[in-house]
Design a binder for this molecule. Structure first.
Ligand code: SF4
Length: 432
């Protein structure tokens, strides 16, 4: 059973579809500084999408030493290209180097950190003190402490700051009050996660996957074993599975819901954190575009007029369309109760990603779409634009690159032209 974000938000502890700033203590606000919106870049196309749909900054992993060993990740040539693309837009790019290193990694790490410094990434995200030490010794890179380091108190934050970290990405397992206390006692920039998947353990500091499969979460190879379905087996009765759980649906006792702090974006911004991070380097282009656009709009709207801020239905609807588990505010407004989903571990989504608009010709009102999913004549589709409103239309005609009429676009990355009902921005996503 999937639960919509609207239901999640109503049913879980957080609240309210139409949250206003007046629900936050101290109803008279200064206009707050706009925090950075930081988005995941699992590959170059996702990096471009995140920046074009409104992220101020992106984070990525190279082929080694980040914690997404099974992601696409970036080659050194791609990193150079990514830095160039990001800086031309006046935005920032951070490299995740948050693996827990072994002695045998150190020489290659030193070489990689010098490379990142040479190509001018804006910061490196580290967890391991040895990597921090190497980065300080060999480079002039800004250092951000990864959430993998699990900073949960102001002394730890202050200590990392004194060691040379410019920014601390706090553990996800903190309440708003704890974040405010850390902010009051530590001069480093603070970054918090506002959206995306969570770990049942402290942000990946977990041995479950390694124990069950040999794939180590702390080396970026997690199998998400916490999301599997578990039963009880007595040692002499192999093959007899006794259900464990709170009800008849079984037990996904360690399967965390997804974090969504949109309903509390006012409290998040008022807490004074420097950067709001979206999780999901393994997620799709559709996810990156949708989530980034929603948080961009919410941050801008709140910072422009906090006293009259309202969560818009269209934002909630959009977050419902991207792949997600039921949402929770996690620990931010409470102690993290109601953060697991016990009936399924499968994410739900309500839109399929069909293609990207690569060109639009206003003189003929035709668009060129690069195909990602199968679509055909007569199908109803929507165009999700980087800045403009989403609109829908029926596909009335299609041509391939040779100009021949076609009725279906079956090939991955095939270029297709079609008449378009309204002017459409390049980079818009076509979705079902
Ligand atoms: S198994 Fe689950 S809790 Fe452990 S690191 Fe992987 S995702 Fe996180």
């Amino acid at each position: 059973m999937s639960i919509s974000i609207a239901e999640s938000i109503r049913n879980v502890e957080l609240g309210i579809r139409n949250e206003t700033a007046s629900s936050i203590p101290n109803s008279k606000f200064q206009i707050p500084n706009s925090p950075e919106l930081l988005a995941p870049a699992g590959n170059f196309e996702k990096l471009q999408t995140a920046l074009i749909f409104g992220a101020d900054a992106v984070y990525f992993g190279g082929k080694n030493f980040s914690l997404r060993a099974y992601g696409d990740n970036f080659t050194r040539d791609e990193i150079i290209q990514a830095v160039d693309f990001t800086h031309k837009l006046g935005k920032k790019i951070y490299a995740a180097v948050n693996v827990f290193a072994h002695n045998t990694d150190l020489d290659a790490l030193a070489d990689y950190l010098k490379f990142l410094d040479g190509v001018n990434v804006d910061a490196v995200l580290v967890s391991d003190l040895g990597v921090l030490n190497l980065a300080k010794e060999l480079t002039a890179l800004d250092i951000h402490i990864s959430t993998q380091a699990n900073v949960t108190n102001w002394r730890a934050a202050k200590f990392f700051h004194e060691l040379g970290a410019k920014r601390i990405v706090l553990a996800r397992e903190l309440t708003r009050e704890e974040i405010l206390t850390i902010k009051a006692n530590c001069a480093a920039e603070l970054e918090i996660f506002v959206h995306g998947a969570m770990c049942i353990s402290y942000s990946g500091r977990c041995w479950l996957s390694k124990f069950l499969t040999g794939r180590d979460a702390n080396q970026g190879a997690c199998t998400h074993s916490c999301r599997w379905k578990y039963n009880l087996v007595e040692e002499k009765r192999g093959g007899e599975f006794f259900p464990v759980g709170e009800d008849e649906r079984g037990a996904y006792v360690m399967n965390s819901k997804d974090l969504c702090l949109l309903p509390n974006i006012g409290e998040v911004i008022q807490s004074g954190v420097a950067s709001l991070k979206i999780e999901g380097r393994m997620k799709s282009v559709n996810y990156v575009a949708g989530v980034v656009k929603v948080y961009r709009a919410a941050i801008d709207s709140y910072c422009a007029n906090p006293d009259n801020f309202t969560i818009r239905d269209e934002w909630l609807d959009e977050l419902d369309k991207v792949a997600h588990r039921p949402y929770t505010t996690g620990f931010f407004m409470s102690d993290g109760n109601s953060t697991e989903i016990h009936d399924t571990s499968k994410p739900s989504r309500s839109s399929d990603f069909l293609g990207i608009v690569r060109e639009f010709d206003p003189s003929t009102m035709t668009a060129t779409i690069e195909q990602r999913g199968k679509f055909e004549l007569g199908e109803r589709v929507e165009f999700f634009q980087p800045t403009g409103k989403t609109f829908s239309q029926t596909i009335t005609a299609m041509r391939d690159v040779d100009g021949s009429e076609i009725s279906v676009a079956p090939h991955a990355q095939q270029l297709v032209t079609m008449p378009i009902a309204e002017p459409v921005e390049v980079w818009s996503l076509m979705r079902s």
